[in-house]
Every structure is written in structure tokens, then in C-alpha cells.
Design a protein around this ligand. Structure first.
Ligand SMILES: Nc1ncnc2c1ncn2[C@@H]1O[C@H](COP(=O)(O)OP(=O)(O)OP(=O)(O)O)[C@@H](O)[C@H]1O
Ligand SMILES: [Mg+2]
Length: 139
């Protein structure tokens, strides 16, 4: 196993996924790509100005979160890359995995927005359904 892709949305669950992915990367001597997707804003009642403001705030927050992750992993003996994409989270995660030829995708079981009512969040569930490579859902 050479390339591990971990999906991070800032949630506690994705922190757990990251921790497990780091462990695996160290053990397999694999490189780690941490991906955060900024979702499109579909709220039609927003003006373009509001939409831009929200998008900028989300971008800033995501950039800071990725920077923090990069710093926290700088002492580890693994190659780490952080990526930020925009669009539908599951689609972008699947697309990135294919492009980089990931050997494994690691996600959390839940994210920032969902309820615990469902066994899996919609993003992790879509990844499990459509991924062409193995997926590890961390609980
Ligand atoms: N925008 C995102 N960018 C990167 N990874 C994400 C993103 N959203 C979700 N994930 C990944 O998927 C995992 C599960 O999150 P998911 O969004 O499926 O659950 P949820 O937020 O609880 O529910 P839902 O989004 O369906 O309401 C997260 O722990 C994370 O690993
Ligand atoms: Mg979510």
C-alpha cells in the first residue's frame, strides 16, 4: 500500500479517521493525502454577496484547518500532502482517489452536519458504495 487518501471535514469523526490513517501510513511507509472539500452552497435565498462571504469564510477556515494538520504531522516520518477542493464532497473525494490512484480511502463514519440517526453519513456511505479502491470507515 503506497498511497492513502483521508477525507477530513473538521469533525471529531474525521479527526479519528486521520489518526488511524497516520498510523497506517507509518506502518506501511505510505504517503498520506489529506483532502477537505468545500461544499457548494445551494441555498437559493442567499444573495451572491452573502454566498461569497460564506464561501470566503469557509475557505479561510478550511485553509487554517489544513495548515494545522500539516504542522501537527510535520514531525512524523511520513510524506503528507494537503488538498482543498470545491464541489460535492463525495464526488470530489472519489475523483481525487482515482486521479492519484489511491490504494485506500479513509473516512469517518459521521461528519459535521449529520445526525447519529443514520448508521453512516451520506458522504461516507456514497464513498463505500462507489469507490473503486478499498475504503476504511473509522468508527
Ligand atoms: N466536505 C468534506 N470534505 C472532506 N471529507 C468529508 C467532507 N464531508 C464528509 N467527509 C468525510 O466523510 C465522513 C462522514 O461524513 P458525512 O458527511 O458522511 O456525515 P454527516 O456529516 O454526519 O452526515 P451528512 O453530511 O450526510 O448530513 C467524515 O468523517 C469525513 O471523513
Ligand atoms: Mg457531512
Amino acid at each position: 500500500m503506497q498511497k492513502i487518501l483521508v477525507a477530513h471535514d473538521g469533525s471529531k469523526s474525521s479527526d479519528k479517521a486521520l489518526k488511524k490513517a497516520v498510523e497506517l501510513a507509518i506502518n506501511f511507509n505510505a504517503s498520506l493525502t489529506v483532502l477537505a472539500v468545500i461544499p457548494e452552497l445551494y441555498l437559493t435565498e442567499l444573495t451572491d454577496i452573502d454566498r461569497n462571504r460564506i464561501f470566503e469564510a469557509l475557505s479561510r477556515e478550511t485553509t487554517e484547518a489544513m495548515e494545522k494538520i500539516r504542522k501537527s504531522l510535520s514531525g512524523k516520518s511520513i510524506e503528507v500532502k494537503t488538498l482543498i477542493r470545491q464541489g460535492d464532497p463525495a464526488e470530489k473525494i472519489l475523483e481525487t482517489a482515482q486521479k492519484m490512484k489511491a490504494d485506500l480511502i479513509v473516512t469517518g463514519s459521521h461528519g459535521r452536519h449529520g445526525t447519529k440517526k443514520f448508521l453512516l453519513g451520506s458522504v461516507s456511505s456514497k464513498i463505500v458504495d462507489y469507490s473503486k479502491c478499498p475504503v476504511l470507515v473509522v468508527k
